[in-house]
Ligand binder design. Sequence first.
Ligand SMILES: [Zn+2]
Ligand SMILES: [Zn+2]
Length: 293
Amino acid sequence: MAIETMTAALVAWLAYCAGYCVRYFGVAGALTWLLHGPLRARLLRFRIQREFPSRRSTNGEILWSISNAACTGIVATLSLGAVQGGYTRMYFDVSDHGIAYAALSALVVVLGYDTWFYWQHRLLHTRWMFERVHAVHHRSTNPTPLATFAHHPVETLLGNAYFVLVLLALPMHPLSLAAAGGAIWAIGLVAHLGYELYPRGFVRHPLLGWFNTATHHNLHHTEIGCDYGMWLNCWDRWMGTNHPAYAAVFEAATQRRPEVGRIDLSVAGAEARSASGVGQAAAASAPATAAGA
Ligand SMILES: [Zn+2]
Ligand SMILES: [Zn+2]
């Protein structure tokens, strides 16, 4: 019986990992290949950094993403056992709570994850955690979509813990959970795109500005001690952790002439910092607090 259970768990883990890799590398891999290959010249003007990442950097993203698949697979397999054993609040008949609840619960999970992510990210940027865990993700200073889940196993487990808590605390339909997971993944892909596709004025817009951009997270990968949020800009605003040059860098990325095809982060940052004494102080402290924010 024990052997049968372990065999079933192993099969479930392998199936999860295979499905994960097909989805992840099918989408993120294809996107990276398209952006850096066939569409490379056509989309140059949208690149946030002029340089393209090295093959070595991208290979590292692939390897750590596989590690993420393996670890997430373990948590998913254990969670499946918990669902089958009736230890979670997952339900399978949509009519139990209605379609509106199914949709709303997915939205709540995405919103909740955004807050979880911000504070998890702040924890990962404490010196101890950064050096031992989160530095893996920051090996990508010029990320591609393949960096989205290129995480150390401890970081993977921290992220997975959120979904385990959701399963235990919230009545969730599997499709709602899948929709929330897909949305969170899509948000991560945009953040690590390496290209800024949003229109000029997006960051300064009174409503749109509450949503983060690819430039926002790209700055996090180059400057490190800032821009911890993923989807919404709320916590970075409230905690004062937006990079002081964020809006200026975004405007530079979206206002430059097409033939320039690049932005110079140091120039854009210097312009913004010179325009703001507060920004100057914050920018000056950012590198020193890179691992201790
Ligand atoms: Zn980070
Ligand atoms: Zn990242």
